[in-house]
Structures are given as C-alpha cells and as structure tokens.
Design a protein around this ligand. Structure first.
Ligand code: DC
Length: 430
C-alpha cells in the first residue's frame, strides 16, 4: 500500500510521514532527501547542474544513494559518505529547488523512487508524489499551512537544533525563503507542486503532529475497510464453497493490488461469489436488472457491490460507473461473454469490453473458473450439492501491450486479444 503525502516546504511532511509510518508499521520514504543528496553530490563533484550531459552521466554512473536505519535513526549516504547532516545545510537548501526544476534530473530520480516502493507498504512524501511518482497511490494527502505558520515552525526547529546560533536567525528572512521556495516549487514546468483532485486536503495550521496523523489514519482506515456485510457474506460463502465444492485457487501471485478489470468465463450464478474468494480486496461487478429482482440472489449481489449495467450497449452511464470504481483504485469483475455459456465453451466477447479497456486503460486480470458448469449449469434450477471448483488466475494484461495499434482497430483488437487470452487459460487447465 502506498500513502502519498505532498505539500509545500515547512508544512511538516517529514515529521508527519515519519510518525504515520511508525503508527502503521510502514516504511518511510522522503523523496526530498534524494533531491538534496543529488544537489550535494553536484556541489562536491563540481558538476554544473545546467550541463545536462554531465549531470545525466553522473547520476547514471556515479550516484549511489541509499539510507540505513540504526537505533531508530536514519542516515543518508551518497557513495558511502554519510550526508545526513550536510544535505540539510543552507547551501544545499538554497540550491535544491533550482535543481529540482530540471526535467532531466527528475527523469532519473523518479524511477528510483518508484523502485523503492515496489512491493512495500510505504508512506512517501514530496511535491509530486500523488501527481507524478505514484498517481495510483492508495491514499493521497495534501498538507497545507499558512506561510507564516510554516516560517514560525522552521524558526522553532532551528532554535531547538542550534540554540547557540540564536542571534543569526531572522524570522522575516525565513518567511521570505519559504515564500521563494513555494513559488519555485509550484510554478516550475515539470512536476510542479499541486494538489490532485483525489487527494485529501489537510490544513495543519492549527493542528499538532498527532492531530494530523490521527486524521490520516482515519482516512486510511476508511479507504481500506471492507464493508462488514461484504465480509460476512464472503466468509459465509467461503465455508460453503470449501465444504461442498472443495474450492481451490491457483496463480494468486498474478494478482496486482489496486485498480484493475477482472475478466472471467461465466457459466453459473456462483461465478461472482467464487471470484470474491479469489481476491482479498473488495470487488465490484455488474449484473443485469433481472438478477437484482431475484429474491435471495438480488440481495446477495447488492451486498457484493453489484452495479446494474449492461455490456451489450455500453453507454456513458456504464463508463462513468466503471471509471469511478477504477479511479477509487478498486477492482471490477466483468463477464465479457455477457451471458452464461450453456456448455462451458467461452462465447464471443461483447464489444463493450474492448471499449471499456481502451477508455480506462486499466490493467486486466483474467480468471478461468472450472467446475460450476457441472454444479449449476444454465439448465439446472438449483445447484448440485457436491462438486469441485478450481480457479486459475492468469498473468495480468497491461494496457501498454495495446499501444501502437491503429486507433480504428484498437477496440476490436483488445477484444480479440482478451478473448484468446481467456480461451488459452481455459485450454491450459481444461
Ligand atoms: O522536502 P524538502 O525540503 O527536503 O525538499 C527539497 C527540495 O526538493 C524542495 O525544493 C522540493 C524538491 N522536491 C521535489 O521537487 N520533488 C519531490 N518529490 C521532493 C522534493
């Protein structure tokens, strides 16, 4: 899980991100320190940061940045030199905002930041985390505070750290510096500091660290909480599917967390219920109006986040519903055949699936369900008491695989590709 915290200088991002990471038992990642470390390395090695060729060569070949945790303290290193203190010095601080405006520098540092967060629960903070580095972060927070409050906090910070230099601190100058950095960070051409529409705004002017952390923890809990009724129904059916049908799931390592479209073959009313067991996350799916009217099934599918839409004729409403589910970083199940297959053969996909994948550019996870045909085929009124169900999760299909394909043919191509993909999964496990 990724929690992205952005905001201007002096808003308390580092303190809050550290405290939050500790509270949630997540890793903490301060991207500003990376820009600072690069700035220090340029100064030390007399590299003119305006010289793109030299800078790129240096960062690619001679910039080994890492950090170590010891006794609860974190130390930052560049090429094995401990730079923890020096990257906070005024001569680095004065230059770093200029360096961070350079696109050729960001292009190298951003992938390193992404690499760090791979397969980790992490609280990461900076200026462009929610907008550029992790646009799909699970929770995005944007912190603000009045410039005067931020200047006062910086001033207190300096006093705590260097009380002997009291006379040299000028509050007015600190405020001016903060305003200058705000201006530079938010007006630069590449990855400027900005709040994305899906980020939660927290004004920290009148809150202490605990107050802000508690607010974020509440947001995280709300975002990740699986509805009680969903969990209850899921648990109930897990028992039912394991006891009567010996449910087995294969290929869980292919699951990618966060937003994606799940496509699956469809032979029985059990299919959506089976799929809720395959994924730990809360799922959404779509169903025909007639199913909502069924007495028991209608109630169950509502609890399992069914939305009433059709793939037969996808329209703007269908698209909006699916898009908002994906934007919330959630998963949706689509049965692209549009109906239950009577004999288990995968039917021709409806064009809606290609259309939706093309519009949302979402990742697709194929799942082949084997067994429900014998248990509850279209011809049977009620399911058989016993049987065997196996689920096979295929490799995710990334939208990038469809890039470069002629616009006119893209929807058709995606449809055919995904249909073949699911059929291949079926063949492999038939
Ligand atoms: O958060 P900080 O003061 O340590 O950041 C140092 C500088 O790096 C600051 O001028 C903004 C810049 N920065 C950035 O451009 N993008 C980030 N993700 C993090 C920091």
């Amino acid at each position: 899980m990724i929690i992205a915290i952005d905001g201007p200088a002096g808003v308390g991002k580092s303190t809050i991100a550290k405290a939050l990471a500790q509270k949630l038992n997540f890793s903490y990642f301060d991207t500003g320190a990376m820009y600072r470390a690069a700035t220090y390395a340029f100064i030390k090695n007399s590299i003119d940061y305006e010289n793109e060729t030299k800078v790129v060569d240096f960062l690619n070949n001679n910039f080994n940045y890492y950090f170590k945790e010891e006794n609860g303290n974190r130390n930052y290193f560049v090429n094995d030199e401990d730079v923890t203190e020096i990257i906070r010095s005024t001569y680095v601080t004065d230059l770093v905002s200029k360096i961070a405006t350079k696109e050729y520098i960001r292009k190298i540092l951003v992938p390193l930041q992404r690499q760090y967060a791979e397969n980790r629960d992490v609280v990461t903070e900076g200026r462009d985390i929610g907008s550029v580095v992790f646009p799909n972060a699970d929770v995005k927070i944007y912190l603000t505070a009045k410039a005067s409050v931020r200047a006062e906090r910086r001033f207190q910070d300096y006093l705590d750290k260097y009380p002997q230099d009291f006379a040299s601190f000028d509050k007015q100058q600190i405020l001016l510096d903060i305003q200058k950095r705000d201006e530079m960070d938010s007006t630069r051409k590449f990855s400027p500091l900005k709040k994305t529409p899906d980020a939660f705004l927290i004004d920290t002017s009148n809150l202490d660290v605990n107050g802000v952390v508690n607010k974020i923890v509440k947001i995280v809990k709300k975002k990740t909480k699986i509805k009680f009724s969903y969990r209850f129904v899921k648990k109930f059916f897990l028992f039912f599917l394991k006891f009567f049908y010996k449910l087995e799931i294969f290929g869980k390592e292919n699951i990618i967390e966060g937003k994606s479209i799940i496509i699956s073959n469809h032979v029985s009313f059990l299919d959506p219920i089976i799929l809720t067991q395959v994924f730990d996350e809360e799922l959404n799916f779509i169903a025909k109006k007639s199913i909502f009217k069924k007495f028991f099934l209608g109630k169950i599918i509502k609890i399992l986040n069914a939305h009433e839409i059709s793939l037969n004729s996808p329209n703007i409403k269908t698209f909006r519903i699916i898009d908002s589910i994906l934007k919330a970083n959630k998963k949706i199940i689509l049965f692209p055949e549009g109906q239950r297959s009577e004999d288990g053969q995968i039917l021709k996909f409806l064009p809606g699936i290609g259309f939706l994948v093309n519009l949302t550019k979402a990742l697709v996870i194929p799942v082949y369900i084997k067994g429900p045909l014998e248990i509850w085929s279209k011809k049977r009124k009620l399911p058989k008491m016993f049987g065997k169900i196996k689920c096979f999760i295929g490799k995710p299909v990334y939208f990038t695989e469809f890039e470069g394909i002629d616009k006119e043919k893209k929807v058709e191509y995606i449809n055919a590709f995904l249909e073949k993909n699911l059929k291949d999964l079926q063949k492999k496990h038939y």
